[in-house]
Design a binder for this molecule. Structure first.
Ligand SMILES: Cc1cc2nc3c(=O)[nH]c(=O)nc-3n(C[C@H](O)[C@H](O)[C@H](O)COP(=O)(O)OP(=O)(O)OC[C@H]3O[C@@H](n4cnc5c(N)ncnc54)[C@H](O)[C@@H]3O)c2cc1C
Length: 469
């Protein structure tokens, strides 16, 4: 049995683990062992469907110390006039380079791929090779659980509904591998994967009438036009300003969402249907226009079972055909979470600590871990921001996010780091404060931040994070 001593054992080698480790290494002299069941870093991106892309610009994704992509603004397609967005191969290649060209040569990081974390006892933490069965005991000062945000993805997901023998049901991954054209397509799911799938089919020339879309509950979506960094950071500052303005006035989560919709920050697929779900996906209005051409939308609750000629739903049934290809897009992607404390003694749960971006959030946690001594301080700086999935919880979500942002901005070293960190969508705004869009956003933020935090505190402030789990 092998034994390793280290400062941090990071379980998970996905984007969160990589961004956390990168920030920790940059701000401390810590040594890290990264362990993942997968063979290389990248997490869920290694198994993603081939036409997946980041929701957000590559410019603000990845690790702080290395750019992803070229900060190019796309000139054509549904992302035209917005910053480029990497696909899965580019993201996986990027994280491999971070590991191979930065982490490993530093001699401060070891990566144990194809290793499963098995738990801890008096001897230390135990991991096992999934290839050889060899056990390794790791003695570490701290355990970082970077599996918490772990995305549920279609290719590793088993549908919760029954599927009769002979029914053609695939994950989106298999759409690029068909032998013959199906009679039609039925897309099952209401989230970003289903939207990506419909958009990909439409882009590939499938007539919208050949797509049936089973969409039990519509989600609120972020307008990608409001989520642009760098030269377009004014758009993101306007998003922040509208967010805080809404927070100053909202009576509840749904009212908050409606205000952001009126301000053009939130979008919805169907103007007639008010969404109740919020998981933070980002979409362009061009993609949305394309999605609206799919008119065969089924809203009768979740699927219970698929047979060769009928689909049973919670509130009824619809017809299907034996030659229809059913595409399962019901994996949750971003899982529902409850707010739990992030820093707890020798354990760190890498949950969302900022409102935008998994890697911006994880890097912030790494920076705080490296530069703060006690847990109370660290937790004050990063109240957990939990995606419960319900738009009704948006006030609670905003309160945590804004309290954390306020606390970090008040500490000059963190404010300076944030301003310079490439993962921060607001980075660079201070330098461009003279531009009218940014100046207007700062004025609005200064006017509304106090009333917003008071309104949120009065409405949801008492419900905080619960310790550990
Ligand atoms: C299609 C899609 C698009 C997205 N786009 C964006 C975006 O644009 N911007 C954004 O910020 N977020 C986006 N997200 C959210 C996404 O979840 C994060 O960006 C990020 O990739 C999550 O990384 P992670 O490391 O937290 O989780 P994962 O990538 O799921 O990695 C967790 C890792 O932990 C490992 N693991 C779990 N248990 C164990 C164990 N016991 N032992 C060893 N290893 C273990 C797993 O093998 C896995 O590799 C998107 C998600 C999806 C599904």
């Amino acid at each position: 049995m092998r034994e390793i001593d280290t400062d941090y054992l990071v379980v998970g080698g996905g984007a969160s683990a990589m961004a956390f480790t990168d920030a920790l290494l940059a701000a401390s002299d810590a040594r890290v062992v990264l362990v993942d069941r997968r063979h290389r870093p990248g997490g869920h991106w290694l198994d993603a469907y081939p036409f997946v892309r980041l929701h957000q610009p590559s410019a603000v994704y990845g690790v702080s110390s290395r750019p992803l992509g070229h900060d190019r603004i796309d000139e054509s397609g549904s992302n035209a006039s917005f910053y480029e967005r990497a696909g899965a191969n580019e993201i996986c290649d990027y994280f491999s380079k971070v590991l191979d060209e930065q982490f490993l040569p530093s001699s401060r990081v070891r990566f144990l791929g194809l290793h499963d974390y098995r738990g801890v006892d008096g001897d230390g933490h135990h991991v096992m090779s999934l290839l050889t069965g060899e056990q390794t005991t790791i003695r570490a000062r701290k355990l970082v659980d970077a599996t918490y945000i772990e995305s549920e993805i279609p290719s590793r997901h088993r549908p919760s509904y029954s599927v009769a023998a002979g029914v053609r049901l695939v994950a989106p991954n298999q759409l690029v591998d068909l032998d013959a054209p199906p009679g039609g397509f039925t897309v099952i799911g209401a989230g970003k994967t289903a939207m990506d799938t419909c958009n990909w089919l439409l882009d590939a020339g499938v007539d919208p009438d050949r797509i049936q879309w089973i969409r039990p509950r519509d989600p609120w979506l972020f307008n990608r036009g409001s989520f642009q960094p760098r030269r377009l950071v004014g758009s993101y500052m306007q998003l922040q300003a509208r967010w805080v303005e809404a927070a100053a006035q909202a009576e509840d989560g749904m009212d908050f969402a409606r205000r952001l919709h009126a301000a053009g920050i939130f979008l919805r697929i169907d103007p007639q249907v008010e969404p109740e779900v919020y998981r933070g996906p980002i979409i362009s209005t061009r993609e949305l226009d394309a999605l609206r051409t799919v008119e065969r939308v089924v809203r009768q609750g979740r699927v219970r079972g698929v047979e060769s000629r009928r689909i049973e739903l919670e509130q009824g049934e619809v017809a299907t055909q034996p030659d229809t290809l059913h595409v399962d897009c019901t994996a949750a992607g971003v899982r529902s979470a409850t707010p739990r404390t992030i820093f707890a003694g020798d354990r760190i749960k890498a949950r969302y600590g900022t409102i935008t971006g998994a890697t911006w959030s994880a890097a912030t946690l790494g920076m705080i871990e490296a530069t703060r001594d006690n847990d109370a301080d660290k937790n004050r700086l990063t109240p957990p921001v939990a995606f419960t999935g319900n738009a009704a919880d948006l006030l609670q979500f905003s309160y945590a996010a804004m309290s954390g942002l306020y606390a970090r901005t008040a500490e000059s070293d963190l404010a300076t780091w944030s301003e310079s960190c490439r993962l921060n969508p607001a980075s660079g705004a201070v330098e461009r404060a003279g531009e009218p869009e940014i100046a207007g956003a700062f004025t609005s933020l200064m006017t509304n931040f106090g009333p917003a935090t008071r309104n949120l505190a009065a409405r949801v402030g008492k419900a905080g994070a619960t310790p550990g789990d």
